[in-house]
Ligand binder design. Structure first.
Ligand SMILES: Nc1ncnc2c1ncn2[C@@H]1O[C@H](COP(=O)(O)OP(=O)(O)O)[C@@H](O)[C@H]1O
Ligand SMILES: [Mg+2]
Length: 332
């Protein structure tokens, strides 16, 4: 099939004008030739009309087909099929509309996939502790095992894990939907870091937690509870990976435009290829690791949301030969 001769013109108005002018010129030309050959007026008009129509068909080909295919795609999308795309190689408004339409369809499809993944992940994370609890309870009911305190404690731990997971999911969904506004106020960084370090020391007596402030009277502008949640999670992760008798260092320093927090540990660190993915929901570098130690991979996703709500950035870095540095940058 030959291409549309007007394909490269980028304005639909200009295309229409060209088609109309061409049709008028052809009509006049046919009329003149008809007159010279002494044809009747009706015959001249008929021939001119047929030739003009044929020309319009040829020139305007492809100008409306993207609209029809967009209509088809929109109908398919309305009934849940997000795979349909529009093909258009013209560079006019219709072509650009087709391009924008495809872009929108891509975004919707990605969002849809994201939602499916989330539901699959959530179901998986909930199913594991529920199955374990159910199996144990069945054994107790059948009299196969006696409900010893140790057994009850394991079951309690499972329910706590379930509760933690549900709380985190709710928290994440509220953050994502903008349902929890930040309560920002200026407060001393030392309070935040000391509180986080003291808490962590209680849970990990084999580690030391050092707090470094530069300058010592550094003031942070942010939501103290939410930032506590961020640093608490970073330090909890660090404590989980750090070898015994090493130090986890919490730093806060002021640069010209930023307040930078760092949490550094001497654990194995995060593999290069996972550095950005650890902030995805449910992402863990070691999927096989039992989720009893640590959580479900939501902590850093929540942390990233909180930091970004503050207008800041969070990233993970490797320290060679081993170690992990988590960096939070907030606008000062
Ligand atoms: N300090 C660290 N050292 C090594 N790996 C880390 C560290 N912090 C986070 N990670 C990796 O990032 C993953 C995601 O962390 P997070 O979102 O807090 O989930 P969780 O703590 O529930 O596993 C962890 O499972 C771990 O694989
Ligand atoms: Mg965590």
């Amino acid at each position: 099939m030959i291409g549309n001769p007007l394909q490269r013109i980028s304005s639909i108005k200009l295309k229409f004008s060209i088609v109309i002018v061409a049709a008028v010129v052809v009509t006049l030309a046919v009329n003149e030739i008809g007159l010279a050959l002494n044809f009747r007026a009706g015959f001249r008009a008929g021939v001119a009309a047929i030739i003009a129509l044929g020309m319009v068909q040829l020139m305007a080909r492809g100008m409306t087909s993207p609209l029809r295919s967009m209509e088809r795609a929109a109908t398919a999308m309305a009934s849940g099929d997000l795979s349909e795309r529009v093909t258009s190689n013209s560079s006019d408004e219709v072509g650009r509309l087709a391009f924008a339409f495809n872009h929108m369809a891509d975004e919707l499809a990605a969002e849809d996939q994201h939602r499916r993944d989330l539901i699959a992940n959530v179901s998986h994370e909930l199913r594991t502790p529920i199955s374990a609890l159910r199996a144990t309870l069945e054994n107790v009911v059948d009299g196969v095992v006696t409900p010893e305190p140790a057994l009850l404690r394991t079951m309690l731990a499972q329910t706590e894990r379930l509760q933690r997971l549900v709380t985190q999911l709710l928290d994440l969904s509220r953050l994502e939907s903008g349902g929890t506004p930040l309560h920002r106020l200026p407060f001393p960084a030392v309070e935040l870091l000391d509180a986080v370090a003291d808490e962590a020391a209680l849970h990990s007596p084999d580690l030391t937690f050092d707090v470094v402030l530069d300058p010592p009277e550094l003031v942070v502008d942010g939501d103290p509870e939410r930032l506590h949640q961020v640093l608490g999670n970073l330090v909890e992760n660090a404590a989980r990976f750090a070898p015994d008798d090493t130090a986890v260092v919490l730093t806060a320093r002021q640069t010209s435009e930023l307040v930078v927090f760092e949490v550094v540990d001497q654990g194995p660190g995060i593999p290069e290829e996972s550095l950005s993915r650890v902030f995805d929901r449910f992402y863990r570098t070691d999927e096989a690791r039992s989720t009893d130690e640590g959580g479900s991979g939501l902590g850093l996703a929540i942390a990233r949301w909180i930091v970004e709500l503050h207008g800041g950035h969070i990233r993970a870095e490797r320290i060679e030969p081993h170690g992990c540095r988590m960096v939070v940058e907030l606008p000062a």
